[in-house]
Design a protein around this ligand. Structure first.
Ligand code: V07
Length: 257
C-alpha cells in the first residue's frame, strides 16, 4: 500500500482546484538537484536591485529544505554559485559571497534541529575566508547528522570537477596507487566531489532556461529533467510537488527497455 500526500499551498491549506494529483511517498526521488535561476529577473520586475532577488532566493532555499525534509528526500543539491558567476559585477559577487554566512547565521539552528547534514561541493580554495569559515563550521557542526543531506554547489563547475578528477587520477597512476588497467567509471567517480552520494534522480531548473549550464555533468547521465518558467524567488512547495508529480509519471529505464 502506498502513502499519499495531498498538495498544500503556502498557508498549508490543501489545494483543490489546480492540483488534484498526489505524491506517492515511496516514489519520491532520493536525490533532487536544483538550478535556482531567475533571482535577478525577479528583482528587476519589481524595480529592486538584483541583490534583493538573491536575498529572497536565499529565503526560498530554506522553505524548500523544509518541504524536502517533510517528503523524506534524502539529498538536495542546490546550485548556489557557478564558476562562471565571477564575471558578474564585483558588488554582486561580494554580496553573493556573504549569503552562505547570512543563511547559516539565520538557519543553522533549525537545520541542526531537523538533523540536516550540510555539505558544500566546488572549488572552495578560492572563496573569501569569511565564506569558507562559515561553510566549514556548518559542515563540522552537522557532520554526524543523519537526516536530509543539504548539498550546496559553491564555485562549482562540472567540467572543472572532471578535469580536477583527471589530474588527481594521473597523479595516482604516476605514484603507483592506481594502475591504468584498473580505471573504470566506478573508480573515476571516486575522484568527483559527489563520491559519497548517488546521482541526482531529478534536476529542476527554474526561470525558463532549458540548459544544464555546467551543473553535475557526469552525474546527470540518467537524470530526469524538469523545467519551469517560475522564477526561483516565486518557487513554492506547490511548484516542487508539481515537479515530483511529473517525475513520478515518468518511467525510468536507464537506457534499457
Ligand atoms: C545563494 C540564494 C539562492 C538563489 C541562488 C543565488 C543566491 C544559500 C547559500 C548557501 C551556500 C552555502 C551554504 C549555505 C548557504 C547561498 C550563494 C548564493 C553563493 F553552506 N543561498 N545562496 N550561497 N543564493
Amino acid at each position: 500500500m502506498s502513502i499519499r500526500m495531498p498538495f498544500f499551498n503556502n498557508r498549508h491549506e490543501p489545494i483543490k482546484e489546480t492540483l488534484t494529483e498526489e505524491i506517492v511517498l515511496e516514489k519520491v526521488p532520493e536525490h533532487v538537484a536544483i538550478i535556482m535561476d531567475g533571482n535577478g529577473r525577479w528583482a528587476n520586475r519589481r524595480g529592486l536591485p538584483r541583490i534583493a532577488g538573491h536575498k529572497e532566493g536565499m529565503e526560498v532555499v530554506q522553505r524548500i529544505v523544509r518541504v524536502a525534509d517533510k517528503l523524506k528526500i534524502k539529498i538536495l543539491t542546490m546550485y548556489a554559485f557557478s564558476t562562471e558567476n565571477w564575471k558578474r559585477p564585483k558588488a554582486e559577487v561580494d554580496y553573493l559571497m556573504r549569503l552562505p554566512k547570512m543563511f547559516l547565521d539565520k538557519y543553522l539552528p533549525e537545520l541542526i534541529e531537523k538533523n540536516v547534514k550540510v555539505n558544500v561541493i566546488g572549488e572552495l580554495s578560492v572563496l573569501p575566508p569569511h565564506t569558507l569559515q562559515a561553510v566549514h563550521q556548518a559542515m563540522e557542526k552537522t557532520k554526524d547528522n543523519t537526516g536530509l543531506l543539504l548539498n550546496f554547489a559553491l564555485n562549482y563547475g562540472g567540467r572543472n570537477e572532471i578535469v580536477k578528477a583527471v589530474k588527481q587520477m594521473v597523479d595516482d597512476v604516476a605514484n603507483g596507487k592506481v594502475a591504468k588497467e584498473d580505471i573504470t567509471e566506478e573508480l573515476f567517480e571516486q575522484y568527483l566531489y559527489t563520491h559519497n552520494f548517488c546521482d541526482p534522480d531529478l534536476i529542476i531548473r527554474t526561470s525558463g532556461e532549458k540548459r544544464i549550464s555546467n551543473f553535475l555533468l557526469w552525474q546527470s547521465a540518467y537524470s530526469e529533467f524538469w523545467f519551469t518558467d517560475v522564477l526561483w524567488p516565486d518557487f513554492t512547495e506547490e511548484t516542487l510537488k508539481e515537479a515530483l508529480q511529473d517525475y513520478q509519471t515518468r518511467i525510468r529505464r536507464f537506457g534499457g527497455v
